[in-house]
Design a protein around this ligand. Sequence first.
Ligand SMILES: *Cc1c(COP(=O)(O)O)cnc(C)c1O
Length: 456
Amino acid sequence: MTHDPSVLAPTYTRAGERAVAPRYTIPDVEMDPTTAYQIVHDETMLDGNARLNLATFVATWMGDEADRLFAETYDKNMIDKDEYPRTAAIEENCWRILASLWNVPDVKNSIGTSTIGSSEACMLGGLAFKRRWQLARRAAGKSTEKPNLIMSSAVQVCWEKFCNYFEVEPRYVPVSDEHPALDGSQLEQYVDENTIGVVAIMGVTYTGKYEPVQEIAAALDALQEKTGLDIPIHVDGASGAMIAPFLQPEIEWDFRLPRVHSISTSGHKYGLVYPGVGWVVWRTLDALPDELIFRVSYLGGDMPTLALNFSRPGSQVLLQYYQFLRLGREGYTAIQQECQDVAKYLSKAISEMGAFDLWSDGSDIPVFAWRLKPGHTENWNLYHLSDRLRMKGWLVPAYPMPDDMSDLTVQRIVVRNGLSRDLADELLDDIRTETAWLDGLSSPMPTEGQQPGFHH
Ligand SMILES: *Cc1c(COP(=O)(O)O)cnc(C)c1O
């Protein structure tokens, strides 16, 4: 029998069950719900196993109580503040908890919101910068034609999107062997009167390293002394803003630095909530121009809303509050510490295998990357190792570093809640076995069609 790929053809044989349905057009008639369920269920069996996905930062496990809460609340719309006033109040509790975790000087004078993830949160941070700059320029009778934003060339793609969607010139400071992260040293070459702000990343996605926000702030202080330009910082703490408060409380990267105007994070990364929730908080009400805030009716009064999206799930916000209550500082510290211990354990073992040099070791966020030792082999590369590991079920992406370093391929592991020491040992065994297999080749592996792994 030949198969038409545009048609879904379950092989079930219940009485009256239709044998086929179109794949790309809406079916004309109904289908038995158990059949429809089975088709979708079966198709997703071919997805990778989420627990073995070492490419993603996003939470894949929460536990039974959270799963129950999710099932009880998946019908709540976050935007319906008047209809679901307790969910709205809990949202506010959450961003205030984050504001204080990030050492905001006066929680009452700060403002924040939930979002669908860090991307939306970053867009809002960028928009606040742009509007503040426009207002100040207009007030001074100056042009608002050419705003620019300064960031490392290793930024996450959401910042490229922000600049593209909101028409801001991105100024990328290249990462290099000498300056593997944005460290403030070259900022004066990039900043001018049209600079709306600088993005600092707590937990660069390529390597898991923190950018030294304090040094960036100090460089901007010095620049202000010289030029009078007062440039604010947004910290993209998608992962690090939920790690540093627990594991590295001594690092000053947050609202302790007056230049930090806003901070964003992904609740669904090390905030330990299922996807989609993010957060953004501004240091003061002044940092977020009032024009960007809309008022919606809420318990007879009004409530500010400032997200890009309208309807959004409320359940993830409730799950975030559940995690704050359930874990507290102690629980978050224990989980993040365990992830970090596993990351350092893995990175040490990988560095001792002989074939690899570590790019980072997991001591900032529990994420680390390595490269093949120069001169180790002509026969294989990290894409081959990634493929070999995939055959065993592990998803460990290989990809090029950005721009100036794009000749360099790295491979990365994100250690998340649920990657136990036992699983880590299994992974190490598989990396050792596959590396030995590749090292045993007497001729080169083909390299046609190699593609970077998705690394978000
Ligand atoms: C993951 C990530 C983002 C995007 O976050 P989402 O929550 O997936 O939208 C932005 N910046 C950094 C540094 C990230 O790691």
